[in-house]
Design a protein around this ligand. Structure first.
Ligand SMILES: NC(=O)c1ccc[n+]([C@@H]2O[C@H](COP(=O)([O-])OP(=O)(O)OC[C@H]3O[C@@H](n4cnc5c(N)ncnc54)[C@H](O)[C@@H]3O)[C@@H](O)[C@H]2O)c1
Length: 335
């Protein structure tokens, strides 16, 4: 299945290939007949990197340490220096093979090297396959603030091979499922029902990834620069981000979004939402949640403009509304 992103008047156009075993055919989809900087991390199995490397005319590999800390300025700078040293030109390209960390970092490098060179993404986590690899947002963390230096750099192509998920650990799969469930709750009831009833996730993954991508593709095509509609993707994130900060790294982002979503749905659908999240081993509550701390952290969050905040609230599965509220009113939702 190929999903085309095509944003008219904005010069944004690229294919997303979703197909089992497509990694072995990467050269059918991407132009690898040039210098290629393959960016990856230490947790990505070598077999994926070698499969792509073998198809490149002039491959170079840049490996960063696995983990969020790698989205840093030193890696960004070192990568640019490496490309200068290897005489990369404007007609060469960068390929990310990894999760959101590798994708965000290398996308930002590709956006700025010689004012932008071709960038392909091969996401290898479920989260990056359904979410971070499309939409063009890329960034590094700077001065202790996550994602605060970056760019919009749309890829020239995204290749999603669900087979690479076989080596990803179960907890990371669940974290990705949180984003899948998030998008189905706001935008596709049939997909939500399918996920709720699925008996074999591995078997159903290709369909689930494709349907989720269609939701995100639609959102980013309508709102490529995050002016309005794209905020729907923040469903569960306002409280989720605060929980993530309070968890001191013990919870994954998707797990925090999972908990965050449970506060942003009506009583009518809460049990059903929790059932689906639990089914994919996601947490739906947190003990001793300190509401004051959560509110204070949200006040610091860049998304809170002044004392107002826009939350995404779901009364019925498959729909959503934006609500502009005072940050302190969040206490009502945290009950
Ligand atoms: N740009 C966006 O729109 C966007 C959206 C959401 C999240 N993000 C960013 O994405 C990042 C999180 O991404 P993530 O959840 O993919 O985490 P990640 O990139 O840190 O990957 C998680 C772990 O899985 C390992 N891994 C990856 N693929 C594997 C595979 N196939 N087999 C075995 N191990 C594998 C990695 O080595 C890593 O240790 C955050 O930095 C976040 O800010 C960006």
């Amino acid at each position: 299945m190929i999903i085309d992103i095509n944003v008219k008047n904005k010069d944004i156009k690229y294919p997303i290939i979703v197909e089992r075993n497509s990694l072995n055919k990467v050269n059918n989809y991407f132009n690898l007949d040039r210098k290629v900087l393959i960016v990856t991390d230490t947790g990505i199995p070598n077999e994926y990197i070698n499969t792509v490397k073998e198809k490149c005319k002039e491959p170079f590999i840049f490996t960063v340490k696995q983990g969020e800390e790698s989205k840093n300025f030193d890696n960004y700078k070192n990568m640019l220096e490496y490309m200068v040293k290897k005489t990369f030109t404007r007609t060469d390209c960068v390929i990310a093979i990894g999760g959101g960390v590798v994708g965000d970092l290398s996308g930002f490098v590709a956006s700025s090297y010689m004012r932008g060179i071709d960038f392909y993404n091969i996401p290898t986590t479920l989260l990056s396959q359904v979410d971070s690899s499309i939409g063009g947002k890329c960034a590094i963390d700077f001065n202790g603030v996550k994602n605060n230096i970056g760019a919009f750099k749309n890829p020239n192509g995204v290749l999603i091979d669900p087979n690479v998920l076989k080596t990803l650990d179960d907890r990371q799969i669940s974290a990705g499922m949180a984003e899948v469930i998030k998008m189905s709750i706001t935008s596709n009831k049939a997909l939500f029902n399918f996920i709720e009833q699925s008996k074999d996730l591995n078997h159903d993954l290709e369909y689930i990834i494709t349907e989720t991508l269609k939701i995100k593709a639609n959102v980013v095509s309508i709102d490529p620069f995050e002016n309005d509609l794209r905020k729907v993707l923040n469903f569960g994130h306002t409280i989720g981000h605060a929980i993530e900060a309070l968890s001191n790294g013990s919870l994954l982002h998707g797990e925090c979004v999972s908990i965050g979503m449970t506060y942003m749905v009506s009583d009518e659908i809460k049990d059903e939402v929790k059932y689906s999240l639990r089914k994919y081993n996601l947490p739906v509550s947190i003990t001793n949640l300190n509401k004051e701390e959560v509110i204070n952290l949200i006040k610091l969050d860049k998304k809170a403009s002044g004392n107002d905040i826009t939350i995404v609230y779901v009364s019925k599965i498959g729909s959503f509304e934006f609500k502009k509220i005072k940050v302190d009113e969040l206490k009502e939702y945290l009950k």
